[in-house]
Ligand binder design. Structure first.
Ligand code: PLP
Ligand code: COI
Length: 340
């Protein structure tokens, strides 16, 4: 194994020892294969290559002070992957196979779970795609489910420091009755125009507004949006955003910590009234937002005047991350501790 500078890792790909795979054929999933092959050999007419039959999940394994490796709410990822598969007519994986493959791939790559205190984690990427051939537009008969892992650092280079966001109105990542609630590859292809536009303007990620009226806030790149006002955790209700497991956990945690919680359409015009705003997700964890630039009007909304995350974001971050690493008691039963 190569020497890794754990505390300097970016959010990117590092080769590990093995990945795991299973193929769905004739109506059932086959044996789990463990391989060090980083490539996939599929039919050139596979539906994933032409018609975008593909979905993925993003999870992390956390190493605690006790050296033990933990997972956070894996059943929610398994459930969301089935929701994605259902949404684009792919074969589904039950909890049992999902957990078997996740635990296997973490165990055989456990050297790559970063040490406690390094700030890094092992990112787990389950993905499933149509590997069988079709030329007409229809679902494949064969599917491949794979998981690779890679040690990662923060998604935004700022880490837990305020990030800058640009509002994008001239492209949408998903339509109101489209695939926004599914974690399918096509949404990320569609998001690239906004992502590149934001990056080119010097911003970390785009803010997407609702596509019908551009009146409500949808989400932030590959993360959900939240705001804090009057001791209330506010997050958008929308039919075109990904149901984030981190966001759902923060809603439950906020309530547990005594804050009010509102899941409702959030108007863009509410931005000046918010005390704190942030992006949340597995990769993004909680990324406080320090600046939102409306590229079309030139108006800039600023938060974190002292350059530091606000107190509610800090409290939520410390509690959530504390539970994930095993430092804070988990009263919800969200954390699974591996025994290897
Ligand atoms: N929104 C989008 C578009 C995402 O890709 C992600 C990442 O998974 C999220 C939100 C956050 O979801 P989660 O907290 O389940 O990782
Ligand atoms: C995650 O938060 O796990 C994501 O999926 C983000 C990713 C698209 C890089």
């Amino acid at each position: 194994m190569q020497d890794l500078n754990w505390s300097k890792l970016p959010f990117g790909y590092v080769k590990t020892y093995y990945n795991v795979r299973s193929v769905y054929k004739d109506g059932k999933w086959g044996e789990i294969e463990v391989t060090d092959n980083e490539c996939v050999n599929i039919h050139m007419a596979a539906t994933v290559l032409h018609y975008g039959q593909a979905c993925f999940e993003g999870m992390k394994a956390y190493r605690g002070k006790d050296g033990k490796i933990r997972l956070f709410r894996w059943k929610e990822n398994a459930k969301r992957m089935r929701h994605s598969c259902e949404g684009i007519y792919m074969a589904q994986v039950d909890d049992d196979l999902f957990y078997k493959m996740v635990s296997k791939v973490v165990e055989i790559n456990k050297d790559f779970v970063p040490p406690y205190g390094s700030g890094a984690t092992l990112y787990i990427r389950p993905f499933l795609f149509g590997s069988g051939p079709k030329v007409g537009v229809q679902p494949a008969d064969e599917y491949t489910f794979m998981i690779f892992v890679t040690p990662v650092g923060p998604y935004f280079k700022e880490g837990f420091k305020p990030i800058k966001i640009a509002v994008v109105r001239d492209s949408d990542r998903a339509a109101p009755l489209g695939t926004g609630t599914f974690k399918v590859g096509g949404n990320y292809a569609a998001s690239l125009r906004g992502v590149i536009k934001a990056h080119d303007a010097g911003y970390g990620a785009p803010m997407y507004l609702d596509c019908r009226e551009k009146k409500y806030i949808d989400e932030i790149g590959a993360a959900n949006f939240f705001a804090i006002k009057n001791n209330t955790y506010i997050t958008p209700e929308s039919s075109s955003i990904l149901p984030s497991i981190t966001n759902k956990s923060l809603e439950e945690l906020a309530e547990f910590l005594g804050y009010k919680v509102e899941r409702r359409p959030v108007e863009f015009t509410e931005l000046p009234g918010f005390e704190e705003v942030g992006a949340c997700g597995t990769a993004a964890i909680i990324s406080p937002i320090g600046e939102i630039n409306d590229l079309d009007t030139g108006k800039i909304y600023k938060y974190c005047p002292d350059g530091k995350p606000g107190p509610v974001s800090v409290k939520l971050y410390e509690t959530l991350v504390g539970m994930q690493f095993g430092d804070v008691e988990d009263p919800f039963g969200w954390v699974t501790v591996f025994d290897f």
